[in-house]
Design a protein around this ligand. Structure first.
Ligand code: ZN
Length: 401
């Protein structure tokens, strides 16, 4: 359990700790409970809750009678006291969300993309989308903490600059943090999409038990978000989580790295559609074809079922290899392609993870679907902005570089 400190220098830490506890208790917490949970003195706690109330972040919400003595006043989060915008730059579709202090999505937009636009035009387009969604959500701009941007790697975490993400050629070497910050006038955080997804999932885990976990993010590309002891694992440069070259099928398709059957090439949407013998009819957007693949599998039309079953086995092998390395409790699956295919893949992945002979796990690996859904990377990026401002985890408080 995290406890507070009664030293004056750590007042801000106490404030974030108390706020985080209140956030995770939607039914509210009394000052007596908060004192017990934080180890803070009654006087310190009273000062902290008064400051939080003064800032509009919490409010008194009724009284409860528990045992003898006077009724206790419950303190609850004021979800609409602050907001953050999350943006996901994705090879298929860019999205923007607004989340409130409780992490709930209050607005969602797809961002129009202009073909052949310059870097400056792309950044300006995202800036306009941020303005539009904040306006549409009816939020005073002063309550917007900033913009979290999730993007595929590799990126330069220190500089907030995308390097050369293969699936986003138009964004190569764009300094998103600086340029979007200049356009919007808001603080901007840039995070690898898989790490943002892991953060989003943890934010929605109110019980705070999702501490050692991994998030397999399956979009146009595939990657792994990792959390150890409740903190996202970023690595030295913010690019941790590359699992595309784990070999998952000795007879799988050739990869540009020289191997055969690497996870990335083995489950990429185009590869699955090719294995199923489909002519790509929808150009670069594979979503309609993936839906057709799922429908065919549901209808028992081969080879769709076989192709998806094999994809599930390939994903399971990658999860088992990663789990052998990390030894975590829980695996979360999500991302836009996963969301489309989950109805067919879920069962295969869960079964295969528990029976794969490569597994060295001494206990059953919990495999489950993302609670956040298709917007998880954008939501996670927004939560990072909330996190950077308020969460009482020293490791997370260092995020704002
Ligand atoms: Zn490879």
């Amino acid at each position: 359990m995290r406890t507070g400190s009664n030293l004056p220098a750590v007042g801000e830490y106490n404030q974030t700790l108390v706020l985080d506890l209140i956030r995770r208790s939607p039914e509210g917490l009394s000052r007596v409970e908060l004192t017990a949970r934080t180890g803070l003195s009654a006087q310190t706690l009273s000062n902290v809750t008064r400051r939080l109330a003064d800032e509009g972040l919490i409010a008194e919400a009724g009284k409860v009678i528990s045992g003898p003595g006077k009724p206790r006043t419950l303190l609850k989060l004021e979800p609409s006291s602050r907001f953050a915008v999350g943006v996901h730059l994705d090879p298929v579709v860019d999205t923007a969300v607004v989340v409130d202090m409780a992490g709930e999505v209050v607005a969602h937009d797809e961002i129009d993309r202009v073909q052949g636009a310059s870097a400056a035009q792309l950044v300006a387009g995202v800036g306009e989308a941020v303005d539009a969604i904040v306006k549409r959500a009816g939020i005073p701009r002063a309550r917007v903490l900033g913009v979290g941007v999730a993007a595929p790697g590799p990126f330069d975490a220190r500089g907030g600059r995308l390097l050369n993400p293969p699936l986003l050629p138009q964004w190569h070497h764009v300094n998103v943090r600086e340029d979007l910050g200049a356009v919007t006038g808001l603080p901007v955080i840039v995070e690898k999409d898989v790490t943002a997804a892991m953060v989003g999932e943890m934010w929605f885990d109110r019980s705070d038990v999702l501490a050692d976990a991994m998030f397999l993010y399956y979009g146009a590309g595939v990657g792994l978000g990792v959390a150890i002891s409740g903190s996202p694992v970023r690595g030295r440069t913010g690019n941790a989580g590359g699992i595309a070259h784990i070999v998952v099928d000795a007879r799988g398709p050739r990869c540009e790295c020289g191997s055969r059957g690497c996870l990335g090439v083995s489950i990429e949407p185009r590869a699955l559609l090719a294995e199923a013998g489909y002519d790509a009819v929808s150009g670069s957007d594979s979503r309609p074809d993936l839906d057709r693949l799922v429908a065919d599998a549901h209808a028992g039309r081969e080879p769709a079922g076989t192709v998806l079953r094999r994809a599930g086995e390939r994903i399971a092998r990658a999860l088992v290899v990663a789990n052998n390395l990390l030894d975590v409790d829980e695996v979360v699956l999500g991302g836009p392609v996963w969301e489309r295919l989950a109805g067919v893949l879920s069962e295969t992945v869960a079964r295969r993870v528990s029976t794969d002979p490569a597994s060295t796990s001494t206990r059953a690996i919990v495999v489950r679907h993302s609670r956040v859904g298709p917007d998880v990377a954008a939501v996670g990026a927004a939560c990072l902005m909330l996190d950077g401002a308020f969460a009482a985890r020293p490791a997370r408080m260092m995020i704002a570089i």
